[in-house]
Design a protein around this ligand. Structure first.
Ligand SMILES: [Zn+2]
Length: 257
């Protein structure tokens, strides 16, 4: 929003300063907003912004289509974060993407489904995504870590051409920095029954929104455009916060793209 004052924005939208701040925080206000006047000032698409303002949500997803994919959510001080567990039905080899606030729900699923947890893929190293890491490593000492963090040991660092096989499933990675310097998206395909690919995006993109990127907003948008929105439209997007969505739904409804 560089170059546009909050007052000018609020005036264009027909809102008070306080109401605009509430819209930026929560994505919704009760008052009718003049989206057509507001959108060009903030570089967004008016039609899509209006739809988001009215409370657009992606369609409900049924994860049973992907055997086996689970979303596990943990909450601390009002911040709910999702991590994702996948496994191969036959070999029982499993991989988890981020840990959330605590590893309890992951370890419970691993025990309940008699899985061999082999990999931890980290989307970025913000605390809410990796808080359960020590607990999970204590429980599974041979766990293989995958990350874009520069501080990680060389054997844990992702290389762009990496392709990890988990039974019949294949896991690849694409760099999506912006929200976090070490932001990376993991792409899982070769699902049973030809289920669509799955993209575990961390906080790069949310349904109708994206993770804050104070210093790197342009980079964040470029990477989302090039690395995520170029995937097939039926690709399931699994974000760190908020509802599941698809590439097709975001291309149609995301006000930034
Ligand atoms: Zn984050």
């Amino acid at each position: 929003m560089a170059g546009v004052s909050a007052e000018a924005l609020a005036k264009a939208a027909g809102l008070s300063g306080a109401e605009l701040a509430a819209l930026e925080d929560s994505g919704n206000v009760t008052k009718k907003i003049n989206f057509a006047a507001l959108a060009p000032l903030v570089g967004l698409d008016a039609r899509k912004l209006e739809r988001i303002g009215r409370g657009w949500l992606p369609s409900e997803k049924n994860l049973n289509a992907w055997r086996e994919l689970r979303q596990l959510s943990t909450k601390e001080r009002g911040n709910e974060v999702h991590c994702y567990l996948i496994w191969d039905d036959t070999t029982r080899e499993a991989a988890v993407f981020d840990t959330g606030w605590t590893a309890g729900p992951i370890l419970e699923q691993v025990g309940k489904n008699q899985l061999r947890l082999k990999h931890l893929f980290i989307t970025h190293t913000h605390p809410d995504h990796i808080a359960g890491m020590r607990e999970i490593q204590n429980s599974v000492p041979q766990l293989q870590i995958h990350t874009d963090a520069k501080s990680a040991r060389p054997e844990q660092r992702n290389r762009r051409m990496d392709s990890v096989q988990l039974g019949g499933l294949r896991i690849m990675n694409r760099d999506t920095p912006g929200h976090a310097e070490d932001g990376v998206t993991y792409l899982i395909d070769h699902w049973p029954d030809k289920a669509p690919p799955v993209a575990i995006v961390g906080d790069a993109i949310f349904a109708g929104s994206m993770g804050g990127a104070a210093q790197a907003g342009t980079l964040a948008k470029q990477k989302i455009q090039a690395q995520i929105l170029t995937l097939p439209p039926d690709t399931l997007i699994c974000p760190g916060h908020g509802p599941l969505t698809t590439v097709g739904e975001e291309k149609q409804n995301h006000p930034f793209f």
